[in-house]
Design a protein around this ligand. Structure first.
Ligand code: AHR
Length: 493
């Protein structure tokens, strides 16, 4: 039995909506096919963007979408992607499969996508192979209202009003695919490039510096000591690779309970990473002004057999649902510092919420977790003390229960619980202090097997259902979580 004490009246940080952000890169079938099919496609679309995907993304209430990369961002030259489509430059996507990129999806198309799904854009600028002028002109093109070469060009290209752009990343993975830089060198470049990322009119840009690769604490140290005052956010990238070996990461669908356990253990490392990077950041920024932006996270497996290795297409099982639930709980619980996160990637790449095949589209278990958890967006995190039994495998041990809780503007408490055990149910005795409990309702995501997933033949193998396996006993809420499950409960307090 696990014990949980929730103090509904002890409000901690606000859970920033942007923790529910996504990432879309010119990689494999994410942009082309997954989102953009072109106006002449037989697939139903709005201005070339597929309607089924637009609808599914709208339903998810995605707060922010990152684009155009990833590694692609540091070789993307935005000017190639505006103006008449037939005149746009064709380039090679050297990072991802060596395919031809025809630039038919560029700035206007991305920002239109954001308008259609009601999300805020997060643009990644090119530091690795682009110039300061090019980055500066991109911002001018998108956000300047007056008379200027870039604003005039935008108007010629069909957009009269400037867009509102808040989030702008100055480079991506500049320690790796974005230029193999040392932190000292990047910190100086960041200061230079960021200086020319201007605020025009009343548009205010939130500048995000490239942060560490996983546990490169020295990168954080150098960036914070040399450039903290010039940034609003510092990114962090951490992927869950089940085997820990990049050359053979493990299959998305064929794994046993040992690899299930190993995957969840690896994903829990996110907590230590956030705590240790936060400790360094706090030395330079005790008021936590600079946000930690986890703008790439999620599972990374071997690609599906028979698919292009450069396209990073993978299936998504109940294991991915647990990974999503656990990470979102971690982000909530650290929302005083983590104020944006972007799961990689939104459609057809890595841990996607949506998969497409021709005209068909399916929602993955990860989609359902984002849908169940969206009640936490913008709510107040409340204190939750967890006493969890251990989940053990081959002499290793992790907590069986992962939890977070928040109270929304209507005073409704939302509790998210993940039972990590592959085979054992878990009873949770939950004491809720600071409110009178009533009107409890729940949802659950679980499955027959740990490998269960949705595919184009069986799109609803894994789906949410009503959860009512709870009772009130001696002022406690007794909750029985099925094995391998993600549960959300709403409670009036
Ligand atoms: O998401 C796939 C790739 O992973 C991104 O392009 C890069 O930033 C990271 O290494």
């Amino acid at each position: 039995m696990a014990k949980l004490t929730i103090n509904a009246d002890i409000r901690l940080s606000t859970i920033d909506r942007n923790i529910y952000g996504h990432f879309s890169e010119h990689l494999g079938r994410c942009i082309y096919e997954g989102i953009h099919v072109g106006k002449d496609s037989p697939i139903a679309n709005t201005e070339g963007l597929r309607n089924d995907v637009l609808e599914a993304l709208k339903q998810l209430e995605i707060p922010v979408l990152r684009w155009p990369g990833g590694c692609f961002a540091d070789e993307y030259h935005w000017k190639d992607g505006v103006g008449p489509k037939e005149k746009r430059k064709r380039m090679i996507n050297t990072h991802w499969g060596g395919v031809v990129e025809n630039n038919h999806f560029g700035t206007h198309e991305f920002l239109r996508l954001c308008e259609l799904i009601g999300t805020e854009p997060y643009i990644s600028g090119n530091v690795g192979s682009g110039t300061v002028a090019e980055m500066s002109e991109w911002v001018e093109y998108m956000t300047f209202d007056g008379e200027s070469p870039m604003a005039n060009w935008r108007r010629e290209n069909g957009r009269e009003q400037p867009w509102k752009i808040t989030y702008f990343g100055v480079g991506n993975e500049n320690w790796g695919c974005g230029g193999n830089m040392r932190p000292e060198y990047y910190a100086d470049l960041y200061r230079q490039y960021a200086c020319y990322v201007r605020n025009y009119g009343d548009n205010r840009i939130f500048k995000i510096a490239c942060g560490p690769n996983v546990d490169d604490y020295n990168w954080t140290e150098v960036l914070m000591s040399q450039a903290a005052r010039f940034m609003d956010g510092l990114s962090l990238h951490y992927y869950t690779v089940p085997t820990g070996v990049w050359s053979d990461k493990g299959s998305a669908t064929e794994f046993d309970e040992k690899l299930w356990f190993e995957t969840l253990k690896k994903t829990l490392f996110m907590e230590e990473l956030i705590e240790r990077h936060d400790t360094i950041m706090t030395r330079y920024d005790p008021d936590k002004r600079v946000a930690l932006i986890v703008d790439e996270w999620g599972t990374w497996y071997n690609v599906e057999p028979g698919t292009n290795p450069g396209f990073l297409y993978q299936q998504n099982t109940m294991r991915d649902a647990l990974v999503a639930g656990i990470n979102l709980n971690i982000f909530h619980n650290h929302s005083d510092r983590v104020r944006m996160a972007n799961i990689a990637q939104v459609v057809n790449v890595l841990q996607s919420v949506i998969l497409t095949e021709g005209a068909s589209m399916i929602l993955t278990p990860t989609y359902h977790v984002f849908d169940m958890y969206k009640v936490h967006q913008g709510a107040s995190l409340v204190a939750a003390d967890v006493e969890s039994p251990s989940y053990e495998m081959d002499g290793q041990s992790i907590d069986q229960l992962s939890v977070s809780a928040s109270v929304d503007v209507n005073n409704r408490l939302h509790i998210s619980l993940c039972n990590l055990h592959h085979a054992e149910a878990l009873e949770v005795a939950c004491t809720i202090r600071g409110g009178k409990v009533s009107n409890v309702a729940g949802q659950v995501l679980t499955s027959d097997t740990i490998q269960s997933h949705n595919n184009f033949g069986e799109p609803e193998n894994v789906k949410t259902s009503v959860f009512n396996n709870f009772r009130i006993e001696n002022d406690q809420l007794i909750i029985k979580l099925p094995a391998k499950s993600v549960v959300t409960l709403g409670v009036n307090v």
